[in-house]
Design a protein around this ligand. Structure first.
Ligand code: NZQ
Ligand code: ZN
Length: 388
């Protein structure tokens, strides 16, 4: 383990079929006014909305609602959410949904009283909150982002064609998260699979960095093996509780800051994916799957050792009689075959991207500097071009 770090994760988790029982206990810690945030209506169809309202009423809360949070929440919607939070004088924001609802709720929590334009403050100037922060709690319905136990908040500005994430500190992490794997059963298969790849990508963004012997890498190999195993089962039978619960738990650990300890981490696949998202509004996990292999093949020569280790330890590639490069490449071939079998989108065309968007996407891609090759605009262009 290289470097110096601190580690603290303040989010309390309630996990399992009875996880919603924990909500009552948590609600009693906050004042009367609760802003209930949710998405486009899936929670009304699957009964979760009624179950949550019942608990809120039993706890004597005044419930204010902010529904209609879209996938890839926008800066415009954020302004509306701030107005609602202030009008409700919210003591707690209860996010009931996937990563979009959780991310949006965190953005509202730091923006309602920020006194300026939150997009400019947090997503362009990357300032930290210096105002009252409304506490957030989550009831998670879709698995993948890790938003339930981290400070991430990704907002899209449609006008500026930018999709940008701000990773806030511990004071913005959800205070608690309710994780019941059964709630994810109603998720369409496309979303389930996109979430599975989002998890894989989060792990790989942290794995493919550094050359030291690092405990975090061993933890990540274990998480990847579990994810691949459970994903294969869940794709065949989405109602396999054991598989869905393992996927849910893996998602949380993939991006709750633990495995990033002692790592520089890369995040270029996410930067590319976010730029694609800004132009297409496509499902987050699918934007990542479409650019991943072109990206990994592009950087493989700079991180050959790690790609070979990945091939052997995660994809069971037999290294006997092969050069390191061949082993590394075989790992990516195995990954590619698995991605196709799992039903992931493998190119940008299938997400509605057009070659004329390329210039804009290159411009919108933020460059990170923790991976095996530090990109410039030409590298970004080459990878995006190869992803069509
Ligand atoms: O809006 P509703 O009607 O609820 O439908 C949603 C939405 O259409 C549906 N859904 C969710 N749970 C369901 C369900 N449908 C049926 N049954 C359920 N149980 O699924 C659709 C997608 O939901 P969304 O929340 O958008 O998906 P996800 O969890 O993948 O979140 C994506 C957002 O998170 C950001 C992404 O960029 C994107 O904006 N990310 C956040 C991160 C973080 N906080 O650290 C990191 C990630 O890398 C990611 O960037
Ligand atoms: Zn992601």
């Amino acid at each position: 383990m290289l470097g110096n770090f601190t580690y603290c994760n303040p989010t309390k988790l309630y996990f399992g079929e009875s996880a919603l029982d924990g909500l009552k206990e948590e609600l009693n810690k906050y004042g009367k006014n609760v802003l209930l945030v949710y998405g486009g209506g899936s929670i009304k169809k699957n009964g979760l909305y009624d179950a949550v309202i019942k608990i809120l009423k039993e706890c004597g809360k005044n419930v204010y609602e902010d529904g209609g949070v879209m996938p890839n929440p926008t800066s415009e919607k954020l302004i509306e959410g701030c107005e609602r939070a202030r009008a409700a004088n919210a003591d707690l924001i209860l996010a009931v949904g996937g990563g979009s609802v959780c991310d949006y709720s965190k953005a509202v929590s730091v923006s309602a009283y920020c006194g300026g334009d939150p997009w400019e403050k947090y997503f362009i100037r990357f300032e930290e909150p210096d105002c009252k922060i409304i506490p957030v709690g989550c009831v998670l319905t879709m698995v993948g982002t890790g938003s339930e136990m981290n400070g991430g908040s990704v907002i899209t500005n449609r006008e500026q064609k930018l999709k940008i994430g701000h990773v806030f500190g511990e004071n913005v992490f959800p205070k608690f998260a309710v994780l019941n794997p059964k709630i994810t059963y109603t998720l369409p298969k496309y979303q389930m699979v996109a979430g599975i790849y989002d998890i894989m990508c989060h792990i790989l963004e942290q794995y493919f960095s550094g050359t030291d012997d690092n405990t975090s890498d061993y933890i990540m190999e274990g998480l990847l093996r579990s994810l691949i195993h459970s994903a294969d089962i869940a794709v065949e039978n989405p109602e396999d509780y054991e598989a869905r619960s393992n996927i849910m738990w893996t998602a949380t650990w993939a991006l709750n800051t633990l495995v990033a300890r002692g790592k520089t981490t890369d995040w270029m696949v996410h930067m590319l994916g976010q730029s694609v998202g800004a132009y297409t509004d496509a499902t987050h996990g699918m934007t990542l799957s479409a650019v991943s292999l072109p990206y990994y093949r592009y950087i493989l020569p700079y991180g050959e050792e790690k790609f070979a280790r990945y091939a052997v330890n995660v994809w069971n590639v037999n290294p006997e009689g092969k050069s390191k490069r061949e082993v590394a490449e075989d790992g990516l071939l195995a990954m590619e075959a698995w991605m196709k079998k799992t039903g992931l989108v493998m190119n940008l065309t299938d997400l509605g991207a057009k070659p004329e968007m390329l210039d804009g996407m290159v411009k919108s891609t933020l460059i990170m500097d923790g991976g095996y090759k530090i990109f410039n605009a030409d590298d970004v262009r080459a990878v995006l071009k190869a992803s069509f």
